[in-house]
Design a protein around this ligand. Structure first.
Ligand code: KG4
Ligand code: ZN
Length: 332
C-alpha cells in the first residue's frame, strides 16, 4: 500500500510517498528556515504564504522523483494538527483537493503520531514501546501499543524542550533555530559552570516544565552583563543542555521502571541532539533497554513520518472525510 503524506504544520512544506508505512519511495521538502531566521523565529503569516506557493510543486516533484502517478497511490495522509493554523490549512486544503479529484481516501494525522511513526521508517522496529517526543512544540512521554494507539503519561506544562533551546539560543545571540547551535557549543563547554534548575524533578508523575530553566538562564546572563563580566556561551550551553537532559533522562527512566517497557523510542527535532543521544545510548547499555532514534533526517518535521502514521491509522480503519479541518490544538 502506497500513501502520499503531506506535512505543513510549521515551516517545512513536505510531501512523501511511503510503502506499507515503512519504506520510503520519495520525499521532497521545501524549508523556509532561512526566511524565518531573519525574523528570529517562525512568522505564521509568512509561513502560510510560502506553503501556498510551494505545495503543488513539492507534491509534483515527489511523484516525479518516485516515477509514480496517482494510480499508484492508495490514500492521502495529511497533518491536521497541532501546529500553526494557517500553515496546517494549506496542507489540509491541498490534501482534500487531491482526495476529491482522485477519489482516494483521506487520512488526518496528528503531528506527534507522525514523529512517533518516524522511528519505524526504513526500520523493523515495532510497537509496543515507550516514546519520548521532544520537539519545538512538544515534550511528551507516551506508551504506544501494538495497534499504534497512544496513551499519554505526561507532557510539558509550559515551554517544550525545543522551544527552550530556541529561546536560550536567542538569549545568547544565536540565530534561529538555535537548538543545533546550542548542541554544538555545549560540547565544548563546562556543564558545571552554572547550577541551573531541573524542573519538576522532585515531583512525581511525568510532566515537564522548562520555562523556569529558561528564566534562570536569562537571570544569570543579565546579572553577568550588569557586572560587565564576560559570558562564555559554551559554558551556558553546556550547563543548560545538562539541565534539560537530566530531566528528560530521569523522567524517562521512571516511566520505563513504572511501565516495564523494554523498548524506548526518542523522537522529534530535539532527538537530533548529540548530547541527548549519547546519554540515552548510555542508558541503553546500563539497563538493557533497547533505545531507538529515528534517522536524523526524520527527527525534524517531514512528510514521510506523516505517510507512515497515516498508514497505521488507515490499518485501524480511521479514515477522514472531506469535512476534515485543521486544528492549532489537538489532543492525541
Ligand atoms: O520536530 P521539529 O522539527 O518541529 C516541531 O514539531 O516542533 O523540532 C524542531 C525543534 C526546534 O526547536 C529545534 O531547535 C530543535 O528541534 N532541534 C534541536 C536540535 N535539532 C533541532 N534541539 C537541540 N539539539 C539539536 N541538535
Ligand atoms: Zn514536529
Amino acid at each position: 500500500m502506497i500513501i502520499l503524506g503531506i506535512e505543513t504544520s510549521c515551516d517545512e512544506t513536505s510531501a512523501a510517498l511511503v510503502r506499507d508505512g515503512r519504506e520510503l519511495i520519495s520525499e521532497v521538502t521545501a524549508t523556509q528556515m532561512q526566511i524565518h531566521a531573519a525574523f528570529g523565529g517562525v512568522v505564521p503569516e509568512v509561513a502560510s504564504r510560502h506553503h501556498v506557493e510551494d505545495i503543488t510543486r513539492v507534491v509534483d516533484e515527489t511523484f516525479r522523483e518516485a516515477g509514480c502517478t496517482w494510480h499508484d497511490v492508495d490514500a492521502i495522509a495529511v497533518t491536521c494538527g497541532p501546529g500553526l493554523l494557517g500553515s496546517l490549512l494549506v496542507g489540509v486544503s491541498a490534501a482534500k483537493g487531491y482526495a476529491l479529484a482522485t477519489g482516494k481516501p483521506l487520512i488526518g494525522v496528528h503531528h506527534i503520531a507522525g514523529h512517533v511513526a518516524a522511528a519505524t521508517l526504513n526500520s523493523q522496529i515495532r510497537p509496543p514501546f515507550l516514546c519520548l517526543v521532544v520537539s519545538g512544540g512538544h515534550t511528551e512521554l507516551l506508551t504506544v501499543d501494538e495497534q499504534f494507539c497512544f496513551t499519554k503519561l505526561g507532557g510539558t506544562r509550559d515551554d517544550a524542550a525545543g522551544e527552550a533551546y530556541d529561546k536560550v539560543a536567542r538569549l545568547i545571540g544565536l540565530a534561529y533555530p538555535g537548538g543545533p547551535k546550542v548542541d554544538e557549543l555545549a560540547h565544548e563547554g563546562n556543564k558545571e559552570a552554572y547550577a541551573f534548575p531541573r524542573g519538576l524533578l522532585d515531583e512525581e508523575g511525568y510532566d515537564f516544565s522548562f520555562s523556569g530553566l529558561k528564566s534562570a538562564v536569562n537571570n544569570a546572563l543579565t546579572k553577568q552583563r550588569n557586572r560587565r563580566e564576560e559570558i562564555d556561551a559554551k559554558d551556558v550551553c553546556a550547563s543548560f543542555q545538562a539541565a534539560v537532559i537530566d530531566v528528560l533522562e530521569e523522567k524517562t527512566k521512571r516511566a520505563l521502571a513504572h511501565t516495564g517497557y523494554q523498548r524506548l523510542v526518542v523522537a522529534g527535532g530535539v532527538a537530533a541532539n548529540r548530547g541527548l543521544r549519547s546519554r540515552f545510548t548510555a542508558l541503553a547499555s546500563a539497563t538493557g533497554v533497547e533505545v531507538v532514534f529515528p534517522p536524523l533526517r526524520w527527527c525534524t518535521d517531514n512528510a514521510a513520518m506523516i505517510a507512515s502514521a497515516g498508514y497505521y491509522r488507515f490499518q485501524q480503519g480511521k479514515e477522514s472525510d472531506l469535512s476534515l479541518n485543521a486544528y492549532a490544538q489537538l489532543s492525541l
